[in-house]
Design a protein around this ligand. Structure first.
Ligand code: HEC
Ligand code: HEC
Length: 195
């Protein structure tokens, strides 16, 4: 689940939409079972999905379909990372569904502290000015470290990570544009309501 806070800026209230995460047509995981499995994830992602190390992303409140797709990609080798490829290697489909259900059950809140007009124009249609994804296949960027965002955009640009939309977008970005987008989203406050 993700819930952008209404943002008060210069007296103007911008009400964010409320989006329920979760992909259609996928077997619903068991969040309680996922919470138990998340003991394996907490050193890096926290039990509630708030990252504990700068190179790991926040995953609390991400859409279940996105979490499932990424864990499956790490397991199958279509997305690679020295830590996550090992973590995902032995997860079954039902464990992945349970983990996705657990982390999706957390409520993520973004707090934009700058004028939304400064947001990177080519990103906002999908990632929002406040970094809360606007469609179920789009991950949140709010409060991710600039190192993480920078690394992912360069991975899309070099082809190390592949996605039909993001690969095409990243191909057109300069290092400076990547840095600016990473700094924008990294500066947004991010929190997950504890259990
Ligand atoms: C030792 C640290 C570590 C552990 C333990 C770990 N992760 Fe990760 N995880 C990472 C890092 C680092 C990344 C970023 C990988 C990259 O740069 O591509 C990541 C990425 C992810 C992503 C992709 C998120 C996104 O926004 O694309 C998901 C989903 C994920 N981890 C879930 C899990 C789950 C579920 C567990 C427990 C079963 C887990 N991780 C355990 C470090 C860890
Ligand atoms: C048309 C929609 C769209 C636009 C526009 C878009 N993105 Fe994305 N973005 C996505 C989708 C979908 C994904 C998930 C990719 C995947 O499944 O691997 C994604 C993934 C990402 C990720 C990886 C996040 C993670 O947690 O690993 C980053 C970083 C990112 N986008 C940054 C940007 C930036 C910066 C811009 C603007 C320059 C941008 N995106 C524009 C749709 C979009």
């Amino acid at each position: 689940m993700r819930r952008p806070l209404p943002i008060a800026l210069g007296g103007v209230i911008l009400a964010g939409g409320i989006l329920a995460g979760g992909a259609q047509g996928e077997p619903a995981g068991d969040a309680a079972a996922g919470r138990a499995l998340a003991g394996q994830c907490r050193t890096c992602h926290g039990l509630d999905g708030v990252a504990q190390i700068p190179i790991a992303p926040h995953i609390g409140g991400e859409p279940a379909g996105y979490i499932t797709a990424q864990l499956t990609a790490f397991r199958d080798g279509t997305r690679e990372h020295e830590m996550m490829s090992i973590v995902a290697k032995n997860l079954t489909d039902s464990q992945i569904a349970d983990l996705a259900a657990w982390y999706n059950s957390r409520t993520a809140t973004a707090e934009l502290r700058a004028d939304p007009a400064g947001a990177p124009e080519i990103c906002v249609a999908c990632h929002g000015a406040d970094g809360i994804g606007l469609a179920p296949d789009v991950p949140n960027l709010a409060g991710e470290t600039n190192i993480y965002i920078d690394t992912q955009l360069k991975a899309f640009r070099t082809g190390k990570r592949v996605h039909e939309v993001m690969s095409a977008i990243a191909a057109g970005l300069s290092d400076a544009e990547i840095r600016a987008a990473a700094d924008w989203y990294a500066a947004i406050g991010f929190s997950v309501a504890p259990e």
